[in-house]
Ligand binder design. Structure first.
Ligand code: PMP
Length: 389
């Protein structure tokens, strides 16, 4: 099987990730922070080490400002719902995933005003409109670091400079970039960073994280046992406990730790270079197919390893189905939980086929995928004809 769906979740994981999850369950399977015995302390240490490793990766000065979540969606919900009050306004972009869009719609139903900044048909942000919106001093800007539909990298550092000048909080959805693109929260002016642990960070599903600048207080979405201040029935107000209630996904975090260590050892730049090489090969191959339309930027600048395409006269779902059934190639078609982004690039009606290579893919696999797409394209609208005959 050729797996080209790394934007949804990376697979396979490094061998060390599988081993870390297994070993954690066997040897560190106690509840972290909830007992003084040796194995509970070992589990606590694991959380501590993982927090430190992630803080190092993202340029976070105080690792306690980073909390573990269950995925990026969880982190975004915690940030937005814990930050916004009725009467606030929030600025966002037209390229957002539903993890942001639906959360902001929920906030809107609770009296928050939402202002969506347009992007062009390749996914590039209208920076002038963004700057004007920031000058209105909204409560926050909530934006993705890179689109999961086109791979377009958004100008987060540029936005961060403006939000800093105006005292506006910048909340960044790094689901598609954490572990692959450089992220330095202080240098980029990021006040709140939400990320998945199971994508570029190479950890297991059920992991993610949320960083919050020490000057910002985010109300907890969930309260409960934290292992600290047990004499009180009130939630601790200090980080990370204020936002980490209930038993964490310790085995998942062990795997996440191994994923981060793999990235630090391999070098994030080397991982990105490999992914970009495969993406360049994919883009060149698709652009040579006359029936193919490719979305987003057509060069490798300002993009991640996500390539969306359609074939003239053919249904995106059918193409993905054929790739899966006839060629054992895994990809994702449709709207990718991002209807705003598809509306922006003009594919809301058709959806796209998305190929997202990862570090463990090979040039040969990309060539096989391109050969399969060429064959499907050569059938030239047969699905279309069959559907309407
Ligand atoms: N934002 C973006 C840009 C994404 O691509 C995704 C995952 N498709 C998410 C948020 C949600 O991530 P998770 O599945 O980890 O909640």
């Amino acid at each position: 099987m050729i797996y080209l769906d790394n934007a949804a979740t990376t697979w396979p994981k490094p061998e060390s990730v599988y081993q870390a999850v297994d070993q954690c369950l066997r040897t560190r399977g106690a509840n972290p922070g909830r007992g003084g015995h040796g194995m509970a302390r070992a589990a606590s240490l694991l959380l501590y080490e993982t927090r430190e490793a992630l803080a190092e990766l993202f340029g976070i000065a105080d690792a306690n400002q980073l909390v573990f979540t269950y995925n990026a969606t969880d982190a975004i919900s915690m940030a937005v719902m814990g930050l916004a009050d009725p009467g606030d306004s929030i600025v966002t972009t037209s390229m957002e995933h539903n993890a942001v869009a639906r959360t902001l719609r929920l906030a809107q139903s609770r009296g928050v005003t939402i202002h969506v900044i347009p992007c062009d048909s390749t996914g590039q942000l209208d920076m002038q409109a963004m700057a004007a919106a920031i000058r209105q001093k909204p409560k926050a800007v909530v934006m993705t670091h890179a689109s999961n539909v086109t791979g377009t990298i958004m100008p987060v550092a540029e936005v961060g400079k403006l939000t800093k000048e105006q005292g506006v909080a910048l909340v960044v959805d790094a689901a598609q970039t954490a572990g692959v693109e450089d992220i330095h929260v202080a240098d980029m002016g990021i006040d709140i960073l939400a990320f998945s642990g199971h994508k570029g960070l190479l950890g297991p599903q059920g992991t993610g994280g949320l960083y919050i600048h020490e000057a910002i207080t985010v109300r907890p979405l969930r309260v409960g046992g934290t292992g600290s201040l047990s004499e009180s029935d009130l939630q601790p107000e200090f980080m990370p406990d204020s936002l980490e209630s209930g038993t964490p996904n310790t085995p998942g975090i062990a795997g996440l730790n191994a994923g981060v260590q793999f990235i630090l050892q391999t070098g994030q730049a080397a991982i990105r270079a490999k992914e970009m090489e495969l993406t360049g090969q994919l883009l060149a191959g698709l652009l040579a197919i006359p029936a193919a339309s490719v979305y987003g930027r057509l060069d490798l600048l300002g993009r991640t390893a996500v390539v969306s395409f359609t074939l003239k006269g053919q249904d995106s779902g059918q193409i993905a189905h054929l790739l899966d059934q006839q060629y054992a190639i895994a990809c994702r078609s449709g709207l990718h939980c991002a209807p705003w982004a598809h509306k922006t690039i003009g594919t809301l009606e058709t959806g796209t086929v998305r190929l997202s290579p990862g570090y463990f893919n090979t040039q040969q696999e990309i060539e096989q995928a391109l050969a399969a797409i060429r064959e499907i394209a050569a059938q030239g609208g047969f699905i279309h004809e069959r559907d309407f005959s």
